[in-house]
Design a protein around this ligand. Structure first.
Ligand code: F6R
Length: 390
């Protein structure tokens, strides 16, 4: 059954999301939760079993845990850790190994017993991988399962290295990395050609069994995939959407990573807004774009059907709003608006944009599609159209 969401503002969000002003504040909050968990369990004479992630995202959390250890006597003596993954093949002492990453960012600076640290072994022969993976799963189970799993999210929507196509009940296993993931890792390896094509990763099912899951994401770069993970349909194409099925998950985001969520990007769809000019302009242009209509042709019905009734009531009639926004737009924007509409009507597809440094102008560019080529010419010419965008 769908999660009951009592807040209108977050009605598109299919799992709990907490947004912090910046990644620093968010990292401190996550570290504080981990520290509390460790202390609470220690007080009960229990060990804490943590699932840990690598990558850029958790670095601030680890730095704060190290500070808490050094300055506030947080002890890791009762902590057992399982890392999500390791590249395959990979020597543990290599600069890019996740063993090196964890040692440098956490383990070398706290009092954890290294016997309690588990990271998939990138040195195994192919024949030994399956048994190792089974043993990894069994070790977690024997310890009573993961108390808390922390996650980042890849731009493919992967969690751990569970790339698109991963099954929701997948366990620890050898996987092939997605091309985009290898691109993203290429800087660490001095070129994509040096990034291993494979990794041993905990499965979605392994992650899912954790009693608590916190997925963190920072920066604008993650905003599109975060939107899909939080608001999209559950699908193997974006493995992070499987987390919508968990009752124990929370996404912790900075403002930039949350910026594409409906409540921030198109807030008029989910709440009453204070219609200052910037928001009004954004909303009207969004409406024209969504409906493929020139601004001046937007009707009251269009406003009402797309969450903009409040604007129409407060500042209407809508024709006046349309004129206001249209006249505020620069000449090149109006031309762009017209060009986009023409392109969409003629089934031309804008492919992207680029900035010309000299004129400080954005340029949109497009190719026409095959059917257009066929009806215009029998030769296989590719048409390339450039138009200015303010
Ligand atoms: C790493 C992991 C990956 C990363 C993801 C994001 O242990 O499981 O899923 O969390 O690739 O990486 P960063 O944090 O570098 O953006």
């Amino acid at each position: 059954m769908a999660r009951l969401n009592l807040l209108e503002e977050t009605r598109y969000e299919k799992l709990p999301v907490t947004v912090y002003n910046n990644q620093q504040d968010a990292s401190l909050a996550v570290a504080a939760r981990i520290a509390k968990l460790i202390k609470d369990k220690e007080a009960k004479g229990e060990k804490t079993v943590l699932g840990l992630a690598t990558g850029v995202t958790p670095i601030g959390v680890y730095a704060e845990l190290v500070r808490l250890h050094k300055e506030e006597s947080l002890s890791f003596k009762n902590v057992i850790t399982f890392n999500l993954e390791e590249y395959y093949p990979m020597q543990p002492n290599a600069a890019q190994s996740y063993v090196t990453f964890m040692n440098e960012n956490l383990f070398n600076h706290v009092d954890i017993d290294k016997k309690n640290v588990h990271i998939p072994d990138g040195t195994l022969t192919q024949d030994d991988v399956a048994a190792f993976c089974l043993d990894y799963e069994q070790k977690i189970t024997k310890l009573g399962g993961l108390d808390l799993q922390i996650l980042g999210i890849g731009r493919t929507g992967h969690i751990g290295f569970n790339e698109p196509g991963s099954a929701p009940n997948s366990g620890t296993r050898l996987v092939t990395l997605d091309d985009l993931t290898r691109n993203d890792a290429s800087r660490d390896f001095g070129g994509k050609q040096n990034v291993p094509t494979k990794a041993i990763t905990m499965g979605v099912g392994t992650i899912f069994k954790a009693r608590e899951i916190i997925l963190m994401a920072w920066s604008q770069k993650k905003a599109p995939i975060v939107k899909k993970a939080v608001e999209g349909e559950i699908s193997g194409e974006v493995p992070a959407t499987y987390l919508q099925l968990s009752d124990h998950v929370e996404f912790v985001l900075d403002e930039a990573a949350a910026s594409s969520l409906t409540r921030f990007n198109t807030p008029w769809l989910v709440k009453d807004c204070s219609w200052e000019n910037g928001l009004k302009k954004k909303a009207v242009i969004w409406l024209a774009d969504t409906l493929d209509k020139p601004i001046l042709k937007l009707t009251e019905e269009d406003y009402n059907n797309h969450g903009m009734a409040q604007l129409a009531v407060e500042q209407g009639p809508v024709y006046n709003i349309n004129i206001d926004i249209f006249t505020q737009s620069s000449v090149s924007f109006r031309r762009f608006n017209a060009a986009i509409i023409t392109l969409k009507q003629t089934r031309w597809v804008p492919l992207g944009s680029a900035k010309s440094p000299a004129a400080n102008t954005w340029w949109g560019f497009t190719f026409c599609n095959k059917s257009m080529v066929n009806c215009m010419s029998s030769s296989p010419t590719v048409f390339f159209l450039i138009f200015p965008v303010s």
